[in-house]
Design a protein around this ligand. Structure first.
Ligand code: BGC
Length: 272
């Protein structure tokens, strides 16, 4: 993990889906920057507690609280923001990270699994972004902590540009996120709200453990990664805290791919 930089002192960050994996690593990384962190979970209470404890036990970190919420439910999302504001006074950074995969070939995809993935991975990010923008505007500029009115980071995927057979609901949600992020940038940039995405490639988390968790899967995965390394959640955590800080102030409306080169068509290495 990177050394603490203290770039987010006095700021409050909501990280959705931060009970495990990439979300947990991001929450810890933001905490180490001095931020107060709102840990959100849906079902993994223990994981959320572990993440919050890690932050609270580290005296160099900001504070942490835990809020259970289903990001696809508007009333729940409103409650998440209300709790954050009641506890810490405002929200400065949203990392909309919650995401799931329910995979089927398209012709076998039940409508409920299409809706569930779109509901969490796309609608959930819209609902959180909407509440974040409302809170940024309500609170107004705080130049003493940041040059931006607020920062939104969407957790996308390499599959916002790489089509993914057998995962159409997931790929469509991530493709939609690209337009959500870019439209927010265009619409709210003039108010000094910064909106960007991080697009991870293959990162070792529970979502893809069925692949990297065995030798055969690992080898297949490495074939599509020019850098020949499967990523770790901390690889995303360090990028997220930089992107939330004023060090990246002029970056707006961009997707940052953190993928070991997966988006550079490795299939063409000895082909085409
Ligand atoms: C998916 C993972 C997958 C990776 C690269 C991510 O967005 O959640 O399951 O390994 O993309 O394909």
């Amino acid at each position: 993990m990177q050394k603490p930089n203290k770039r987010l002192i006095g700021q409050t960050c909501i990280v959705t889906g931060s009970s495990s994996g990439i979300g947990s690593a991001i929450a810890k990384s933001l905490g180490k920057e001095g931020a107060n962190v709102v840990i959100n979970y849906h079902s993994d209470k223990e994981g959320a507690e572990e993440t919050a404890q890690w932050i609270c036990d580290n005296e160099k970190c900001g504070q942490a609280i835990i809020v259970k919420c289903d990001v696809s439910d508007e009333a729940d999302v409103k409650r998440l923001f209300k709790t954050a504001v009641a506890t810490f006074g405002t929200v400065d950074v949203l990392v909309a990270n919650s995401g799931i995969q329910i995979d089927h070939p398209l012709h076998e995809m039940p409508l409920k699994d299409w809706k569930k993935v779109l509901g969490i991975n796309l609608t959930g990010q819209f609902l959180c972004a909407k509440e974040a923008i409302l809170e940024f505007k309500r609170r107004g500029m705080r130049k003493e902590v940041s040059n931006s009115l607020g920062k939104i980071i969407h957790m996308s995927s390499v599959h916002e540009i790489i089509p993914w057979a057998g995962h159409v609901n997931y790929a469509v949600a991530k493709g939609g996120l690209k337009m959500l992020m870019e439209t927010i940038c265009q619409e709210y940039g003039p108010e000094k709200i910064r909106c960007n995405s991080i697009a991870p490639g293959a990162i070792k988390t529970d979502i893809n453990k069925d692949v990297w968790g065995n030798e055969e899967g690992r080898e297949k995965m490495l074939k599509v990664i020019p850098y020949k390394k499967i990523g770790e959640p901390d690889d995303i955590g360090s990028v997220a805290s930089w992107l939330a800080s004023d060090e990246s102030e002029y970056i707006n409306g961009t997707t940052i791919f953190v993928d070991g080169g997966m988006t550079c068509y490795p299939g063409f290495t000895q082909n085409g």
